[in-house]
Design a binder for this molecule. Structure first.
Ligand SMILES: [Mg+2]
Length: 236
């Protein structure tokens, strides 16, 4: 398999974790409600400022592929991290963080085939938060390397984000990598542009403001993650 595949790298939201349409204002209402527990007007103002700051961060991701952190969003709204508020925010998100039930068998199957497993997620969240989801769902030990864009300057589809993910799994030939994701622009066009094979999981209801029209054909489309294994068998 020396000339074949070496790694399969996955997007997280809408790919390893099924898409949920989440009320993005409500996450910040949860946060601000703890920061300003006794001042509902101040809480509502802060929640609005946080939502606007997050929207600016995702617009920068979309337009110039630059990353942001959770703390950057807080700072842009004039706040700093409040641990209890961050806990309330994470509790709000918890129901939307569970892995697709196909993932444990898929990862085990990839490992049996000698393939490395990577993750590349456009995210403002801390690595520790993502790792807690994977640990809770029993697969953290199967992930060889992960890039959370909160830790690097770029977001998908910037080529450097994909190169960072290759470095994280220890592969230097993009042709030896398959990327699996749910977004035609961020995931499929980005992976194809660096020379990876790209597999689309087309079940996400991506908000219009986060979409960029793109002419790109994935190498394959899968309707469930278990279907990645036969593809990999055909390609390796
Ligand atoms: Mg996604």
């Amino acid at each position: 398999m020396a000339d074949g595949l070496q790694a399969v790298i996955f997007d997280w939201g809408g790919t390893l974790t099924p898409w949920h349409t989440v009320d993005l204002a409500a996450q910040w209402t949860a946060y601000a409600g703890v920061v300003h527990a006794d001042a509902p007007d101040a809480a509502a103002r802060a929640a609005g400022d946080l939502l606007a700051a997050e929207e600016r961060a995702w617009a920068a991701c979309r337009d110039v592929h630059s990353s942001a952190t959770f703390d950057d969003v807080l700072a842009a709204a004039g706040l700093s991290r409040h641990e209890e508020a961050a806990s309330a925010y994470r509790e709000f998100w918890d129901p939307h963080t569970y892995l697709d039930p196909d993932v444990p068998d898929l990862f085990a199957g990839l490992r049996e085939r000698g393939l490395r497993i990577g993750v590349l997620s456009n995210t403002i969240w801390d690595r520790a938060w993502h790792e807690q989801f994977f640990a809770r769902d029993g697969v953290l030990h199967l992930i060889d390397g992960a890039v959370y864009t909160s830790e690097v300057p770029w977001t998908k589809p910037h080529p450097e984000a994909f190169r960072a993910a290759m470095a994280a799994v220890g592969v230097d030939d993009p042709a030896a990598c398959v990327f699996v994701g749910d977004r035609p622009f961020d995931d499929i066009s980005g992976a194809r542009a660096v020379g990876m094979r790209a597999v689309l999981v087309p079940h996400s209801d991506i908000p219009a403001a986060q979409q960029v029209p793109v002419e790109v054909e994935p190498d394959a489309v899968v309707h469930r993650l278990a279907d990645v294994l036969p593809l990999v068998d055909a390609w390796r």
